[in-house]
Design a protein around this ligand. Structure first.
Ligand SMILES: O=C(O)[C@H]1O[C@H](OP(=O)(O)OP(=O)(O)OC[C@H]2O[C@@H](n3ccc(=O)[nH]c3=O)[C@H](O)[C@@H]2O)[C@H](O)[C@@H](O)[C@@H]1O
Length: 425
């Protein structure tokens, strides 16, 4: 049987095989290695080509936008159905927690609403699909797409003349930033800039209201937190991207005349909430008899949050949209100064995490198995507390739901949504 060498290099009989066997072996093994190397390079190259084809073509595989029917849906959904002062709003992150609630509230009063959401799997996408169904039932169309897709955004602005953008699409979550930092840059920085670019070029320019976060106060110790307090000590990458968003939007306001309002949300909770948040995951664990981990600060000090009920936040979002004023630019050029505003949307009465757990226990009628651990250095801050006087002055923002009442409503929704009210408990 011919050896591998002979198969690969069939030599003319006796040429150098016998006379220079050593040289031949060397040559053959070097050539074999060379061929293997070529093979590996070719394999890697084809893999990389395939990857980049998949990346660039991703849109085509997942594309669910475009076409006559799709455009008709966008136009219908964007239509204002009230006679005075109506607005047509593009809501980004419309299948998200705050996005779905704001979309429904706007639609209810006759404003035009078109949603966009990328339905990523940061948390259970079936919850996002359920929110989408709810919006569809209320004649709100949600486009399945990413805010980084500028072609899609341009198309949307071409066919619907949005007067406002409610920008809520973001990578949320404080602690997850250590696991997946790139996703924060993708959505909270790159996505924001893509959206602003499209808004600045559109004619007329929309006014923009967007979600910043109480986390921008970071290690600030002055309480309650006021908008003028320092925000240059973020404790997490999430907070840093939100703070960066505030600076980025400021430039677009300054250069292009976009009307911008940034809302610093304080731990928003309620029905249809986010499963990654503590009140939600604690509820799940308590019902399943699993332990919960309660973080504590230094010297066993309890952590506290200015938990804010979703309906109050929705009122704040709508108040901001109603008072946003107009963008002054057109075709990418500023014609005069436009409003640039930042507001806290909190509850003004912080509650400790163990107290929040006690409220859940009461509403669920189940005792939690609590493990107290020292707060890990993963981006958390010990407490938040909002001063809301600016929002109150500007658009009458006045939260009315305390945590006890809000959690009761959340638990009612949770039990019904997950089927506990049908005997699962
Ligand atoms: O208001 C904000 O700026 C932020 O509010 C929340 O962030 P956070 O307040 O950390 O909300 P949770 O993740 O629900 O945590 C609430 C409290 O529970 C504590 N916690 C969390 C998780 C856990 O397993 N155990 C625990 O004790 C946290 O330390 C924190 O004190 C949201 O997740 C952010 O997206 C939002 O921007």
């Amino acid at each position: 049987m011919p050896s591998l060498e002979e198969e690969l290099f069939p030599s003319t009989p006796g040429k150098f095989k016998d006379r220079n066997r050593h040289f031949h072996r060397c040559f053959a093994s070097t050539s074999t290695m060379f061929l293997w190397a070529l093979f590996l390079i070719a394999l890697t190259a084809s893999y990389l080509c395939f990857q980049s084809f998949m990346d660039s073509g991703n849109r085509y595989f997942t594309a669910t936008w475009g076409g006559h029917h799709w455009e008709k849906n966008v136009i219908n959904s964007a239509q204002i159905r009230r006679s005075h002062g109506g607005m047509s709003v593009l809501v980004t992150g419309a299948a998200g927690f705050v996005g779905s609630h704001v979309s429904l509230a706007l639609k209810k009063r006759g404003d035009g609403v078109v949603g966009i959401d990328n339905f990523n799997n940061y948390y259970d996408p079936s919850l996002k699909k359920a929110r989408k169904n709810l919006l569809n039932q209320n004649s709100i169309f949600i486009v399945d797409g990413d805010i980084n897709d500028s072609k899609l955004l341009v198309k949307l602005f071409d066919i619907a003349r949005f007067t406002h953008v409610m920008h809520l699409a973001a990578q949320a979550g404080v602690r997850y930033a250590m696991e997946n930092p790139g996703s924060y840059i993708h959505s909270n920085i790159a996505g924001l800039v893509t959206l602003l670019e499209v808004c600045k070029n559109s004619n007329p320019q929309p006014a923009i209201v967007w979600a910043s976060s109480s986390s921008v106060y970071g290690l600030n110790e002055k309480v309650p937190f006021s908008e003028s307090d320092r925000t240059d000590q973020p404790a997490s990458l999430y907070a840093a991207t939100k703070k960066a968003g505030e600076e980025i939007t400021h430039t677009y306001n300054h250069i292009y005349g976009l009307s911008i309002t940034g809302l610093r949300f304080f731990t928003v909770y309620g029905p249809w909430g986010r499963p990654d948040m503590a009140y939600f995951s604690f509820t799940r664990n308590i019902l399943q008899g699993k332990p919960i981990t309660v973080y504590r600060g230094k010297n066993r000090v309890d952590l506290a949050r200015d938990f804010t009920y979703i309906d109050d936040v929705v009122k704040g979002c709508i108040g901001s949209l109603d008072t946003s004023g107009k963008s002054t630019g057109s075709g990418g050029k500023k014609r005069g100064p436009a409003p640039y505003r930042i507001f806290n949307l909190g509850n003004t009465s912080p509650v400790t995490v163990p107290m929040m757990v006690a409220m859940l226990e009461k509403h669920l009628k189940v005792k939690a198995k609590k493990n107290f651990v020292v707060m890990p250095g993963n981006g958390d801050v010990p407490f938040t507390h909002a001063n809301i006087s600016s929002a109150r002055k500007e658009f009458g923002y006045k939260p009315t739901t305390d945590l006890q009442t809000g959690l009761k409503k959340f638990v009612k929704w949770y039990l019904s949504y997950y089927g506990y009210d049908q005997g699962k408990l």
